[in-house]
Design a protein around this ligand. Sequence first.
Ligand SMILES: *Cc1c(COP(=O)(O)O)cnc(C)c1O
Length: 407
Amino acid sequence: MDDQIKENLAINGGKPVRDTILQYGKQTINQSDKNAIQTVLEENKYLTTGPYVTKFEAEIAKYLNKKHAVAVNSGTAALHCAINSLKVPPGSEIIVTTMSFVATSNCVLYCNLTPIFCDIDPDTLNIDIDKVEKLISNKTVAIIAVDFAGQLCDYVKLRDICDKYNLYLIEDAAHSFGINGVGKYADLTTLSFHPVKNITTCEGGMIVTNNDLFDFRMRQLRTHGIAIDYKKREETGSHYYEMTELGFNYRIPDLLCALGSSQLKRLPQFIKKRNEIAEKYNKIFFSLKEISPLKQRFLSAYHIYVIKLNLDTLSTSRDNIFKALKAEGIGVNVHYMPIHMHPYYKKNIKDITLPVSEKIYQQIITLPLFPTMTDKDIDDVIKGVNKVIKFYSDSNPDILAEKDRFD
Ligand SMILES: *Cc1c(COP(=O)(O)O)cnc(C)c1O
């Protein structure tokens, strides 16, 4: 047994790998970002809805090669506007991957529609294409796929299914923005600019589409359902406006879009760095029998780095390994508890079982990954994981002896 295994875990009073917690995700802010914000303040003209919103929208539309981009104040607002813009009858069903942040399906409920949860592919944690078709009923109107951890879903197959059954395809690209292929196949693609996402506007989101009608509706929805925006009123010199839909205040400040434009310039750089770090992790972690990193079938932005614990080779639970890693200063997280398992969904929607996602939920841990990680940060994560995993491995003779004593 090497020395590292003998080393006492921090959770048992040993010396931690790090003195300070390394967070799992973090924004990258530089001087250009600060200058961008300051410029808007110094211009002192528009703080919300103004030219920087329009500019940011045009840049994102160009980046994703889409006709329209509508900026809103969160990724959740983006999903809400996207689903709302379909104008499907209340009670219609939308098939949603269960492995996502709750926002993905909460927005289905906001629109008085029913989410039908789909189980996941155990290798990628993306929606299981082979299970989608069985969930389609005569009430189904759309599928929402999430590019989990930043990896694209199998959109060729998803698009085929949608075309065959005449369904809309919505892509929640909160994790994948920045890689080639985002937005290519979906009718509506949503982005989030929360600080942990691939670029940030503090809070913010965007929807891209080629559909003129969806674009018109979403622009109306983000500002109370009022059809004429500030620009048209300024142009016509009229005070007159009409509210024709029940909308929301989902406007994003101009100030934040200036930050978004500045961040967008460095997105390719961020994605490259994320992939480099993931590659370093993959090299080490694919060789350990106790853990399995997610498999990569399509391009990934590596928004998060998720490992699955092979619990049959370990003497403890995910939660204990989670605590042990935290004690070492490795700021781990769990993405996600499957949405259908949340008490609200069990109680108010449907108490269902999706075996693959439920099993995997007990195995997953998200390790720190963000573009400004130093080589030492990366080494610390590798060290921490090795230390904790080796300690709890069923091939650790110390642990086996302990187990014998307690069995
Ligand atoms: C972050 C996230 C959202 C919500 O975005 P917000 O900007 O936080 O509202 C939706 N879906 C997924 C998959 C996300 O990761």
